[in-house]
Ligand binder design. Structure first.
Ligand code: UDP
Length: 383
């Protein structure tokens, strides 16, 4: 089976990291067609996954774009659609991994007659999309032979927005377990972790791993820090991937206002996530809107670290409260501070919960079982 994957991004977001794990499974039997150059295409090439940047320039409509902006970008779209349609004749199906890839893939699929698969990595709601954006996604996704939703939460939001239930299947993200379970790992040079679980005396490090974006809620964690014992520090890992630099500025202002400058470190985007997670005492996930899946939560569990996650969307499908991690109401800094303090004060309990979390995550999110699930679904589509 030969798959033409499409993804609009040059950046390494969760959807792109998920696609790497899947495309690797197909090797030379696939091509990943991107609409922008960047670290994602470099990463694919480094892993010997066939990749081609198909668009001359990035498409300029966004999740929140309205009808007018979408119409303006049609001229840009057409050459790309034609190219994808021509290319797809050499493949058994078109697999769209992002929304713009869905737009291009759906039209190309009409032209070439190749079946369309859409991997839904989003919660289709007004928190994330304009009304027009939601209508476009649902209408086009309904033409697909298969919609793979990354959680029950994203599946039900899709159906509530008018998506066809009978074409959707839920498949969680898979992870290469070997990358996460190697115990203490060396942090890639330059070693820039200011606070380190292994060397910080009675210090305690809470790690947050996500692009810097208002709905990822780094501000909630900073807010919580002022209510935690002074030994507790925060490491924020990730950068403003999609132009949200003003939020980064807001975070710095907030830290200064609260006098927390010596307790928060920004590390920027890192490729050595398992190593940094292993150097943290607790992994915090603080999204203020429902998380479609929440890769970082699973990664924290796989690293044998206690996790606390905001209880909405995919997060509640991953974590069992007080059993395999902790859940807090989204946006509730006081409650988050309470849980961070509990984990700090009860290391033995936290250790037992982390171990249970790791075992459960290893069972549920192993790439070795997730990839065959997707392969079976694709084989049915192609047949
Ligand atoms: N990530 C990374 N480097 C960073 C910050 C995050 O590689 O500096 C990874 C993180 O490990 C996770 C992904 O980015 O695999 C984010 O996925 P998630 O589902 O948590 O959120 P999304 O970006 O899809 O909204």
């Amino acid at each position: 089976m030969k798959i033409l994957f499409l993804d609009q991004s040059g950046q390494l977001g969760g959807a792109e990291l998920c696609l790497i794990g899947l495309a690797k499974h197909y090797g030379n039997d696939c091509l990943v067609g991107l609409f922008a150059p960047g670290p994602f295409s470099q990463q694919l090439a480094a892993q010997q996954i066939p990749v081609e940047v198909l668009a001359a320039q990035p498409l300029n409509f966004q999740k929140q774009s309205g009808t007018l902006q979408a119409m303006k970008s049609l001229g840009q779209l057409w050459p790309l659609v034609q190219r994808v349609s021509r290319l797809s004749r050499e493949y058994d199906c078109i697999y769209a991994n992002t929304q713009k890839a869905l737009v291009v893939g759906a039209i190309a699929s009409r032209l070439s007659g190749k079946p369309l698969v859409y991997h839904l990595h989003d919660i289709i709601s007004s928190e994330h999309f304009s009304r027009f954006g939601q209508q476009v996604i649902v209408t086009l996704a309904n033409q697909a032979a298969l919609v793979i939703a990354n959680s029950l939460a994203s599946q039900s939001a899709f159906i509530a927005a008018g998506g066809r239930a009978e074409i959707t299947e839920v498949v969680y993200n898979g992870f290469d377990l070997a990358k996460y379970s190697a115990g203490e790992m060396a942090i890639a040079p330059p070693h820039s972790l200011k606070y380190d679980r292994l060397g910080a005396g009675d210090g305690f490090v809470v790690g947050h791993f996500s692009r810097l974006s208002p709905w990822k809620g780094q501000h909630v964690l900073i807010d919580a820090l002022q209510h935690c014992p002074p030994q507790i520090k925060i490491v924020l890992v990730g950068s403003a991937l999609f132009g949200e630099e003003s939020y980064v500025q807001q975070l710095h202002t907030q830290i200064e206002r609260l006098g927390l400058g010596d307790r928060v470190q920004f590390l920027g985007f890192r490729a050595d996530i398992p190593a940094i997670m292993s150097a943290c005492d607790l992994i915090a996930h603080t999204s203020t809107a429902a998380e479609p899946f929440g890769r970082v939560i699973v990664e924290g569990m796989l690293c044998d670290r206690p996790v606390v996650a905001a209880a909405a969307g995919g997060a509640v499908e991953i974590v069992r409260h007080s059993q395999t991690g902790w859940l807090t109401p989204p946006g509730d800094a006081r409650k988050l501070a309470e849980i961070i303090t509990t984990v700090y004060e009860q290391p033995e309990r936290a250790k037992a919960i982390a171990q249970r979390g790791q075992q459960e995550a290893q069972k549920r999110f192993d790439l070795k079982t997730i990839n065959p699930q997707i392969d079976t679904l694709l084989s049915a589509v192609v047949a």
